[in-house]
Write a protein that binds this ligand. Sequence first.
Ligand code: FES
Length: 348
Amino acid sequence: MSQVPNYHSLSVASVISETDDAKSISFEIPPELAATFAYKPGQFLTLRIPHNGKYIPRCYSMSSTPGQDPRPRVTVKRVDGGRGSNWVCDNLKKGDTLEVLAPAGLFTPKDLNRDFLLFAGGSGITPVYSIARAALKNGSGKVTLFYANRDWASVIFLEKLQELSMEYMERLTVIHWLDSEKGFANKGSMTVFANEQLQQMQHPEAFICGPAAFMDAAEAALHDAGLPPDEVHVERFVSLPDEDAPLDHSPVEGAVYGAQVEISLYGETYKIECNENETILEAALRNKIQAPFSCQAGMCSACMCKLEEGTVHMRHNEALDARDLARGMILSCQSVPTATQVKVRYPD
Ligand code: FES
């Protein structure tokens, strides 16, 4: 266990260069942390990265697939001015120790026995690759991947995807889109592609990860192609606030001191009490409940849960959209109870 609450010290098991500017880092998980670091395809790890004598938290998707890879592995690409990713690519080596939060994230399929339409741009392949391998090995549907990159040299997992295509010839289709040959993939090109693919799929689910403009275009294309929004998942990573940025503890109007909160998490039910102006996540962690979280700033959605009873005030929300809110979703790291009885349920 690390000295820092909720973080765990993990040793780097390997560092592999995937392309000139992307590396995969796998972590040794000691037996006592095996349950803590169990994960689902598409989830991410939060690494505590040293920077200028301080630490910055950064989320990186896992490219490994549970049940197929012996260790969790993130794949990180250098970005201009990227404090976290450049440090990982330039400095991390086998045997180093890093502080890591338990896996989190909701960019993961509930049922692997579906047809999957996947869109990845650049290093956005990382969670998508994990989902694709899980679906091919443990599911039975078709998997179609639209993968956009600058040029062939920047394609992460090129050979591995070719091997997978050979192994699952009947079920996997990979379409490489190279900006150097065709210009940027835009909504028009992706709509044509989505229309063609969706006609051949049964009850498909889509996952999108990549640069913001790419994700917006892919999401709009799927909308135009008629895929219901509930079947479209988009992984948006934002830069997290620095570790020493103060948490908001300002008084919340209508906050109920001593609110009774019932939490359903991974099949267990817990009953706890919230202190004054305390968020549900803060109360859960104070009670040693391993609720998922990452940024604690309302920006990543790792702590999302469903409000089943009562009311809360969310201090800040940059992660949930109108659709999530209409479904009763809240960010537990930002939610202060404003009713005496509150019930929340985390996704399975
Ligand atoms: Fe990131 Fe709550 S932990 S939004």
